[in-house]
Design a protein around this ligand. Structure first.
Ligand code: LEU
Length: 851
């Protein structure tokens, strides 16, 4: 496996002016791909990428030439002077393609996934994003087995020939190979139209296996809403006459923005009230928008090389987050996104897999589709907006699209567009692209001096140069927040002054409002309990308010961890908890998020030599303590949030009520009578959010009669209706269950007739859920959880390296654990590392983790 470096970028000797592909689909296991590539420019040897291809014939300008097959492609040492045409015919076997990269089979249908480096598994090509060409594609197949044939762009011809039929597609836009797509199969669909801002009609299609067609409306709604939003917010119009979304059940990631032909994981498309939770609906909305927004931020303007991935992904995540904020609840959505940064991204940054949003090197690019590149990348984009303002940010975006439409560019180009459009020097801002790790900001001095409130901020990120950090700030007192301002910290340390004269009032500084930078903020000395209570009570910034509660709760959980697990909870925590339960003025989703304790990963970051059992115990004891102390308030809130009738609504208020009610249920389920309450909640449920919440609680109660009954009913209904995604939930709930014998139970799930390791969603529902969502048992002191996951990594790696590599990240934080776990996890990693035939994907994660 070769490591590639960002610094080594070189442009290629040839360009590819046009790509002409013919797919002759003989069967699920045999497709002949004839490729005619017109090379222009340059000179010298021609070296193309290729993987798992069986070369049938090769000609240059119609003549045989000398060539050499290399381990990762094809080399023609002395091609004729350009322009010339290379014609190759290769045979590929989609059915044997268990990696799900390139052309593969899913439930009898054929589809493609080419990002990042899958196109080379379809034909020989310069498989990198800076090679942009016009594609013409012809697909031919048996008309009964594959009645639907799709590829990028407009269908320009079709016909029938006996048992077979064909269709030809032309994509008028230049594109890199990673955006190529093809689908052939027996699919159902729904159809609609969208009229763009310039009055063009676009035909919209959402496709799935026939039995899922009833669950496509929400995706269509999400698509139309996204198209309109990108016009309104960014002035971006769709550019083809047709847009397809195809849902497939076997997919490594979430979804893919292929030009005019998105391919999606079913989990990011299908949504019906009886099968999708509110969170699932939100995910479909966000992912459909994400892939649609890529048409401009990704396809029209793409990446020069894969090190620039955040150029399109960070930007597009930011765009989809903003979209979802406006369509659901701005504050709740923001807190959801901040939670991901602080639990997953900060954890990655605290592990050996830590990397800048623009990585410096990779072995397997697929390993860098990370929460750092995506979500921290989105926070970096958000900081441009904070620094430049909404209007300045839009000017920068306009200039970026205007300058680079049709090009493959870099993060530096994006930053230059932002700087030039606003006449602002953003040189120092590049550090955000260069530095790995979570910067810390310390408030070292604070208080009133000479009638002004001042504070000194000091940044550090492991000795690296200072960053340009936007820090939104205000002063909070019982009357609310005042003197809102933006501090730009560019030096290592600086004293700032709030733009308002202050008297003796006891102000508390509210900093990093809206989480204005992806950093860890701390006060020295720490904020007092009273100050945190004041922020939680009076601040109008949803993030700071929520975070103050999280900090209060974290202190209590960590005290338990360090000391007596059964010491009574301090009054301030119980009071804050009760205040949230009784404060009917606040948005229900925000109340629900305030009631949640900080999660395991977030708390783990605060601890050295982490003892996972003790941390799980501390969390459990705190939850039980709160439930016990606030039983009456929980019951009242639970009752108040009950739905008035059975009408299902997805508006933010209805979603918030369900969320808050199910949060109360989770606490109440820990108390006497909790099992029966869960059983009754399940029986009365009319939507998935309400069905799954009680079953998830019951799963951890092996002695409850309701457990078996509800789990069985949940499964039977899903099975009867062929709802694979609901069966995944049924598996996941059990994999997360915190009860004795958890590892044996999970091993048993692998023997269930519905389990299969060839479907990534199903595999992850059991195995990844256990490794990441069941810390007590994954980290079981005897090492059985580690052994189980290590075995799974080694076996799945043979079929699907991407899935194995991702799962290997479960061991990434091994150094942070107490000596015995640390040793066991290191042994697991070492055992995986020496496994014969390990993929480069998994080897890269495991080796980096061990460094
Ligand atoms: N570009 C995709 C996305 O939108 C990821 C790909 C690897 C399937 O996130």
């Amino acid at each position: 496996a070769v490591e590639k470096f960002r610094a080594d970028y070189k442009s290629l000797p040839y360009g590819v002016e046009s790509v002409n592909l013919n797919f002759d689909i003989k069967s699920e296991s045999s497709t002949y791909v004839t490729s005619k590539l017109r090379f222009v420019g340059g000179g010298g040897p021609l070296e193309l990428d290729g993987e798992d291809l069986k070369l049938v014939s090769l000609r240059v300008d119609g003549e045989p030439v000398e060539y050499e097959l290399t381990p990762d492609g094809l080399k023609i040492a002395t091609p004729p002077p350009a322009p010339f045409e290379l014609e190759t015919v290769v045979e590929i076997d989609p059915k044997a393609n268990t990696q799900l990269s390139g052309l593969y089979a899913s439930s009898g249908n054929l589809c493609t996934q080419c990002e990042a480096e899958g196109f080379r598994r379809i034909t020989y090509f310069y498989d990198r994003p800076d090679v942009m060409s016009k594609y013409t594609v012809r697909v031919e197949a048996d008309k009964d087995a594959y009645p639907v044939l799709l590829s990028n762009g407009n269908e320009v011809g079709k016909g029938v020939d006996g048992d077979r039929h064909w269709a030809t597609f032309e994509d008028p836009f230049n594109k890199p190979s990673y955006l190529f797509a093809l689908v052939a199969g027996d699919l159902g669909h729904i159809e609609d139209t969208f009229t763009t801002m310039s009055g063009r009609q676009v035909r919209l299609f959402v496709w799935s296996e026939h039995h899922n067609v009833g669950a496509l409306d929400w995706a269509m709604h999400s698509l139309k809403t996204s198209m309109k939003w990108d016009e309104d917010r960014y002035g971006r119009e769709y550019d083809l006459d047709v847009y397809h979304i195809v849902a497939v059940s076997d997919f490594n990631m979430g979804a893919m923005e292929n030009k005019g032909l998105n391919v999606f994981n079913t989990a990011c498309v299908l949504a019906k009230e009886t099968t999708a939770t509110d969170g699932d609906y939100e995910r479909v909305l966000g992912v459909v928008a994400h892939e649609y927004f890529h048409n401009w931020s990704g396809n029209r303007v793409t990446c020069r090389d894969w090190f620039q991935l955040t150029l399109k992904e960070g930007l597009t995540v930011f765009r989809d987050q903003h979209f979802s904020e406006e369509l659901t609840s701005p504050a709740a959505k923001r807190i959801e996104d901040i939670r991901i940064i602080r639990s997953s991204q900060f954890t990655q940054d605290a592990s050996p897999m830590s990397h800048p949003i623009r990585p410096e090197s990779y072995v397997a690019m697929d390993n860098f589709y990370t929460v750092t590149v995506y979500n921290k990348g989105a926070e970096v984009i958000r900081m441009y907006r904070t620094l430049l303002g909404e209007g300045g940010f839009r000017k920068g975006m306009d200039l970026y699209f205007e300058r680079h439409d049709g090009e493959a560019v870099t993060c530096d180009d994006f930053r230059a567009a932002m700087a030039d459009a606003n006449g602002k020097d953003l040189t120092q801002f590049e550090e955000w692209y260069k530095q790995a790790g979570t910067p810390t900001i310390k408030v070292t001095e604070r208080g009133v001096k000479d009638g002004a409130y001042r504070l000194t901020l000091t940044q550090s990120n492991g000795g690296k140069p200072p960053l340009h950090v936007p820090i939104k700030a205000a002063l909070v007192a019982p009357g609310g927040a005042v003197a809102e301002t933006l501090f730009e910290l560019t030096d290592e340390s600086k004293t700032f002054e709030f733009p308002m004269a202050v008297n003796g009032e006891p102000y508390v500084p509210s900093l990093l409002r809206g989480f204005s930078a992806p950093v860890k903020l701390s006060f020295e000395p720490p904020l007092s309990i009273a100050e945190l209570e004041s922020l939680a009570a009076y601040d109008d910034d949803a993030f700071v308010k929520w975070d103050s509660w999280q900090q209060l709760a974290a202190r209590v959980v960590l005290d338990k961890y360090h000391g007596a697990q059964d010491a009574p909870l301090p009054d301030y925590l119980v009071n804050a908890f009760k205040a949230t339960l009784t404060n009917g003025d606040e948005e229900s989703s925000l109340r629900a998020y305030s009631l949640d304790l900080p999660d395991y990963s977030t708390l783990a970051l605060e601890l050295e030599d982490l003892d996972p059992t003790k941390l799980c115990d501390a969390l459990k004891a705190t939850r039980l303590g709160l439930a016990t102390a606030a039983r009456a308030e929980l019951e009242a809130c639970y009752a108040a949030m009950a739905p008035a009738d059975d009408t299902f609504s997805l508006d933010a208020a209805a979603v918030g009520r369900r969320r808050l009610r199910n949060t109360c249920l989770a606490y109440l389920s820990k108390l006497d009578g909790g099992d029966a309450l869960c059983g009754a909640h399940f029986d009365a449920a009319t939507c998935m959010s309400d069905s799954i919440a009680p079953v998830a609680q019951l799963a951890s109660k092996p002695d409850s009669n309701d457990r078996a009954r509800c789990l069985e009913a949940f499964y039977d209904k899903a099975k009867k209706n062929q709802e694979d995604l609901v069966i995944n939930k049924w598996f996941a709930i059990q994999a997360m269950a915190d009860c004795d014998g958890a590892i044996d139970n999970v091993s048993k799930l692998l023997e269930h007739p519905d389990f299969t390791d060839t479907n990534p969603n199903r595999f992850r529902a059991v195995v990844n859920t256990f490794a990441l969502g069941n810390p007590r048992h994954f980290h079981s002191g005897d090492g059985k959880g580690y052994d189980f996951i290590a075995d799974q990594i080694c076996s799945i790696d043979k079929k699907n390296p991407q899935v194995a590599a991702r799962l290997s990240n479960a061991f990434g934080s091994w150094r942070r654990y107490e000596p015995s776990r640390r040793d066991l996890m290191r042994q697991a990693l070492e055992r995986i590392k020496v496994t014969a035939g390990l993929s480069k994907d998994t080897l890269e994660i495991v080796s980096r983790s061990l460094v």
